[in-house]
Design a protein around this ligand. Structure first.
Ligand SMILES: NC(=O)c1ccc[n+]([C@@H]2O[C@H](COP(=O)([O-])OP(=O)(O)OC[C@H]3O[C@@H](n4cnc5c(N)ncnc54)[C@H](OP(=O)(O)O)[C@@H]3O)[C@@H](O)[C@H]2O)c1
Length: 260
């Protein structure tokens, strides 16, 4: 059981905290000036002064990246000398975190939005020397909100951010266009949404349960000269769709590098 200070508790921090507090026996304190609807076993302070003499084993940053430099220094003395500094902030490197807390272990967590329903994918990156116990404890936390993937370098975490951290945004946009196209074919907004979300959910669940590759699965629903083949030819016959997805991830990765 560890004492964990969560610095900032907005949309993502709040979603993760809910899962962490429900599924672990750690003692959580939130530092956030906003009045928040927190789980019963979590305490909140509005400022560092309200922490009294409390010291923590983990300090996890869930602030917007642009205010970390301003807010973090006041809270760092509350991290025990052997404590771990962790952060879910996108675009704020482990190098920069380590510069705030020389000698401390630093672990970055990159969650994504489905964490809100316990179905997220979390990228994890341990910077410098981090013990097995520290990695395990952070991984246990991350597993509360979904799956975990460890990466070996900060650069790979930026790549993972482009794939999974930003991923829900791309998927929402694809779903929006798919629903709009269904409406164009004559369905009401409600029916179009149900048809599209039901089709996508069923397809993803089928793919998760199947041992076949995605290409094999696609071929299994595509008969020569049929309706699916006609649609697929319009979607990616000239490979434009593949190129677009590659460019999408490439642009997000480029931005993550710029923000380092
Ligand atoms: N949302 C996502 O899908 C997602 C995915 C991956 C990573 N992340 C990362 O998660 C981090 C948080 O994102 P978010 O979407 O949860 O942002 P958010 O909703 O704005 O949450 C940030 C929280 O920090 C609070 N705060 C502001 N100043 C503070 C201070 N001085 N001391 C303590 N708390 C303070 C904010 O309060 P006020 O609202 O009152 O200012 C807010 O409750 C970001 O770094 C982001 O990169 C988010």
């Amino acid at each position: 059981m560890s004492k964990i200070l969560l610095l900032g508790c907005g949309n993502m921090g709040g979603a993760l905290l809910k899962a962490w507090a429900a599924k672990t026996d750690h003692i959580f304190t939130v530092a956030d000036p906003a009045q928040l609807d927190l789980p019963g076993n979590v305490s909140r302070v509005g400022s560092v002064e309200e922490l009294g003499e409390d010291m923590f084993d983990y300090l996890i940053i869930a602030l917007k990246p642009q205010i970390i430099d301003e807010v973090l220094p006041a809270y760092l003395p509350r991290l025990s000398p052997s404590g771990v500094l962790s952060s879910i902030a996108a675009g704020y490197s482990a190098e920069r975190l380590a510069a705030h807390a020389p000698g401390r272990s630093v672990i970055r967590i990159m969650p994504n939005l489905p964490a809100v329903i316990g179905k997220g994918v979390n990228g994890l990156y341990a910077h410098g020397s981090v013990s097995d116990k520290e990695s395990r404890e952070i991984e246990q936390l991350a597993l509360c909100s979904g799956e975990t993937v460890w990466v070996e370098s900060e650069d790979m975490l930026d790549r993972l951010t482009a794939v999974a951290g930003s991923g829900p945004g791309y998927v929402f946009e694809m779903l929006r266009a798919y629903v709009e196209a269904a409406e164009n074919l004559g369905f009401s907004e409600k029916d179009a949404r149900n048809l599209v979300l039901g089709t996508v959910r069923g397809t993803v669940e089928l793919a998760l349960e199947s041992n076949q590759s995605l290409e094999e699965l696609r071929k299994s629903v595509t008969s020569k000269g049929g309706t699916t083949a006609a649609g697929l030819n319009a979607l990616n016959g000239g490979e434009e769709f593949s190129a677009l997805i590659r460019d999408t991830l490439g642009a997000a990765y480029k931005r993550a590098v710029e923000l380092r």
